[in-house]
Design a protein around this ligand. Sequence first.
Ligand code: FCB
Length: 410
Amino acid sequence: MERGFPEGFLWGCATAAHQVEGGNHNNDWWEFEQRGGIRTGDSSDPACDHYHRFAGDFRQLRQLGQNAHRLSIEWSRVEPAPGEFDLSQLRHYRDVLSELREQGLSPMVTLHHFTSPLWFTCRGGWAAAGSPAAWLPFVRRVAEELGHLVSFWCTLNEPLIYAYMGWLDGEFPPGRRGDWRGTFRVLANLRRAHEEAYRALHRITPQVPVGIANHRWPLLPHNPKRRLDRLAARVGDRLMTSWPVGRGRLQRVVEAPSDFLGVNHYSRELVRFTLRRTGQGFVDRSVPPGLPLSDFGWAVEPDWLREALLELKPLGKPVYITENGIASVNDEPRQSFLPASLAKAWEAIQAGVDLRGYFHWTSLDNFEWARGYSMRFGLIGVDPETQVRTVKPSAELYARIARANALPDD
Ligand code: FCB
């Protein structure tokens, strides 16, 4: 039986500006890098030099049968100082988006993917009162100048991961640990920022659907028979999916105003209650046993993608997989992961999920935040010395599926 996807299904890859562009010296990640925040000691400059090579990179994706592309616009380039917009950078992104359109790739544009300009973080970043108001002029300006070229907006990328990694875990800037108050302040501000951006984008570009690229990383009890583990998992999972809406109340991010639901899915973890880890919310996290692990140490189980999609069905909105992928130096695991994950996405569609597109993380082996170039998620290899691109077999495999708009028979 041929497993076909709905007509007009989007097949693409997802990227983030700082991870591919190179030359971003005016944001918090660059500063974090200067303070030794990158575990491997790698530099995000030139990354994939995509800032200069975007046209060739997009041509390549087109040749690989893709018809959409998720990318972010680097705020620190467009607004290098508060209220000062750099017209040459706006022109650059106009060229980028026009090139995507010319290549037949529908652009899904993320307006905040982890990086913020230094002027903003120096004022306290997303933890500061007034941060949503400081971000909105950028959102409005980009919408006014570039909105006619955009097919979808993602206001934010993974607000929960952003807040937890930066304020609780410390692997992301500002590198704070165990700062729960900061975490909640950041999340409250991101929620306000999203809601205001949602309204502004609807006003300026009413034809462009707006959503969030929200992660889904379920937490399950380490020992389902242990009451405290079950409680830790329930509380942890609630905290990893929700943001504050007023005093003491939480709202699931998927319930925020949006025209579609974007889901970034990679893995799951088990949690065990412990009195030792106060800063970590009294939980020990571990990897579910008995499954293959990616180079990141994340358990790989494609069926979890189907479950993540089914959870969204009751919300009755169009769904896009805005990220899904596997860190692996060798391409073989990706060659089985990709069709297996897409088979699960197909099953979710049969079960009634209104899934309309898949953005694989990612096109090019790139700068994986604090892990530098050690984590290879790309369908296309990049030699960091020479910038030579090499199409991997998984890219060809994905191309066959995308062109057929269907999964192979076996
Ligand atoms: C997600 C991020 C993305 C990339 C992948 C591996 O959390 O959104 O930028 O780092 O993980």
